[in-house]
Design a protein around this ligand. Structure first.
Ligand SMILES: [Zn+2]
Ligand SMILES: [Zn+2]
Length: 180
């Protein structure tokens, strides 16, 4: 089990970044605050600086890493396209840990808000999606037949990848998909 003795900052839109793997225990020094905080962010950073495994969760949470390096941690375009409030987009892109994706991360939305990212879908999740087929965020439809085939061979962090999100308002579970 992961060590939960240190309280990480709370991220409304990414409630368990240790579980999703975006944040890991590490002795790496944070390039924003210059300290070894015991945890480091491992996932997507959009910045002109190379910041792989170099930012601590606290410098994400307070926005200081985003300010210092003009960094964002996920793409704002899907959120803009969904008509999400600018303050929410700001929180998700600059004060929330992002996630690993193959080609393009896309933060899902529901009920006029960004959803909480829950991590890679489990095999059980993908099997349950396969019962109905899947409407992908881009509007494409993956039919039941195709989904069943995918589910047979699915493993988390493989390709295709399924990312699980939950609406913070109605509780609906949504999945994003990406391929290598
Ligand atoms: Zn820091
Ligand atoms: Zn909803």
């Amino acid at each position: 089990m992961m060590d939960r003795s240190i309280n990480l900052p709370l991220f409304r839109y990414h409630p368990d970044p240790l579980f999703t793997g975006s944040i890991i225990q590490s002795n790496a020094k944070c390039s924003a605050c210059g300290q070894m905080r015991g945890y480091i962010y491992t996932s997507t950073v959009y910045s002109s600086y190379d910041l792989e495994d170099e930012i601590c969760p606290w410098c994400i949470a307070d926005g200081s890493a985003a300010r210092k390096f003009e960094a964002t941690f996920c793409d704002d375009l899907p959120l803009i396209d969904a008509g999400i409030d600018a303050a929410i987009i700001q929180e998700v892109t600059t004060r929330t840990p992002g996630y690993d994706s193959w080609q393009q991360d896309a933060w899902l939305t529901h009920c006029n808000d960004a959803c909480a990212f829950l991590g890679d879908a489990s095999k059980e999740d993908v099997l349950s999606i396969a019962k109905d087929g899947l409407q992908v965020a881009s509007g494409e439809w993956i039919d039941q037949e195709t989904m069943r085939g995918i589910a047979q061979n699915y493993r988390a962090k493989g390709s295709p990848a399924f990312y699980k999100f939950k609406c913070l308002h109605c509780g609906k579970i949504l999945y994003g998909v990406d391929f290598d």
